[in-house]
Design a protein around this ligand. Structure first.
Ligand code: C2E
Ligand code: CA
Ligand code: CA
Ligand code: CA
Length: 393
């Protein structure tokens, strides 16, 4: 059954840019932007300029996810500053998506609806919206949840917990993972599993991650002033890996907090890497060149091949909890964990076992040369105060 998507891409604040540059320069800028964006299209996809500052894209066979993915790549491309007549311009855009056949069966209807969706996105300060979600009745209460998250961030309801990673040879904590919690005034503490996937899906994670990095680096700077060298790690999402500006943001924040790059570790999951491996790899190379530590998260849970370990500029690998669970008396898990440890050591990576819950698992991991352990058997994620008072057992 035939399907497809129409995407309207609306350049933000174009009136302002025009005002600053004069109409002719503004027009050239738009043509430049159009050229850049069209470089992302396949031969079957079509882009036309609609109005002054709007482009429409016709995407045969695309579903919502495919349309959104392309839109994301366009926005990522725009985030690299445009230079025109020696002037640097920061351009951003908003997306509206209408789907064929459910949102309309002819081009004018689809275009109008995609444009309505883009306007809705702008009004709600979202990077994108589909027509179905932009109506008076937002689907699944999504819009209200984004609004709530935005207010929560502004009101300081998001808090970071820290969970120690303990070096088994040295017998002390050398690093700690920052884990997000939402301290909701009515609903109590909300686990990240309940809102992070949604934040990722809507792009709201892009507002959370810079905030997270800033917080964590502030904490790390304070730890250093107090004489501790514990390295915090921050989880990056798939969205973050599509943001070419992230390396610059990280560098700028490190400088602002007076931190050396090795005072920060970033955790990346295999599945996030797989969204756009080429783009992700470029970003990871830049982060690695900065000197930031990189860690592969949830190793073994995805479809990643061993081969990519050789090419990725990573320092650490975290073995997923499912393999650590019962490792002491599950021969298959033991074989997987043991060979992963050996492989990592061959490649010069340090290994973290995630989610160790029992003394038997801990003993087994120590006996088999695992470098670091993170799990309830040692410590749960803790609020900052409690974490600062925590001592390795
Ligand atoms: P993750 O990155 O794999 O984080 C480890 C999760 O395992 C944490 O769950 C942690 O509390 C839990 N855990 C640690 N030790 C044990 C154990 O011994 N047993 C068991 N059963 N669980 C253990 P949490 O805090 O609920 O976080 C869940 C996921 O949410 C994280 O998985 C991560 O993917 C995501 N997440 C959390 N904070 C952030 C964040 O700041 N940014 C992003 N992008 N994602 C985050
Ligand atoms: Ca993690
Ligand atoms: Ca993990
Ligand atoms: Ca996980």
């Amino acid at each position: 059954e035939a399907h497809g998507a129409v995407l309207v891409f609306d350049i933000d604040r174009f009136a302002l840019i025009n005002h600053a540059l004069g109409l002719q320069v503004g027009d050239r800028l738009l043509r430049e932007i159009g050229l850049r964006l069209s470089s992302l299209l396949t031969t079957r996809q079509l882009m036309v300029r609609l109005w002054a500052d709007q482009f429409a894209l016709l995407l045969p066979d695309a579903d919502l996810a495919a349309a959104q993915a392309l839109g994301e790549r366009m926005m990522a491309l725009l985030r690299t500053p445009q230079v025109l007549d020696g002037q640097r311009l920061d351009v951003s855009g908003t997306l509206g998506i209408a789907l064929f056949p459910q949102d309309g069966r002819d081009a004018p209807t689809l275009l109008r609806r995609a444009e309505l969706a883009a306007r809705g996105a702008k009004r709600h300060r979202l990077p994108w919206l589909s027509f179905a979600e932009s109506g008076a009745e937002p689907a699944h209460g999504q819009l209200s949840l984004i609004g709530e998250m935005r207010e929560a961030l502004a009101r300081g309801e998001f808090v970071l917990f820290y969970q120690p990673k303990v070096d088994l040879q040295a017998g002390r904590m050398t690093s700690a993972e920052a884990l997000l919690r939402w301290r909701h005034p009515e609903r109590g503490m909300i686990a990240p599993g309940l809102f992070i996937p949604f934040a990722e899906q809507t792009g709201f994670i892009r507002e959370i991650t810079p905030w997270l990095l800033d917080q964590v680096m502030g904490h790390a700077a304070a730890w250093r002033r107090a004489g501790s060298a514990v390295v915090p790690s921050v989880n990056l999402s798939a969205h973050d890996l599509l943001n070419p500006g992230l390396a610059d943001q990280v560098a700028e924040l490190l400088q602002r907090h007076g931190l050396t790059p090795d005072a920060l570790c970033l955790e990346i999951t295999e599945s996030a890497l797989m969204e756009d491996p080429t783009l992700a790899l470029t970003l990871l190379d830049r982060l690695s060149a900065l000197g930031v530590k990189l860690s592969i998260d949830d190793y073994g849970s995805g479809q990643a091949s061993l081969g990519y370990l050789k090419t990725l500029p990573v320092n650490e690998l975290k073995i997923d909890r499912v393999f650590v669970d019962g490792v002491a008396d599950t021969p298959k898990n033991a074989a997987i964990v043991r060979s992963t440890i050996l492989l990592c050591h061959e490649l010069g990576l340090s290994v973290v076992a995630e989610g160790a819950e029992t003394a038997a698992e801990l003993d087994w991991l120590r006996a088999n040369g695992c470098d670091l352990v993170q799990g309830y058997v040692l410590a749960r994620p803790m609020p900052l105060e409690q974490f600062l008072a925590w001592q390795s057992p």
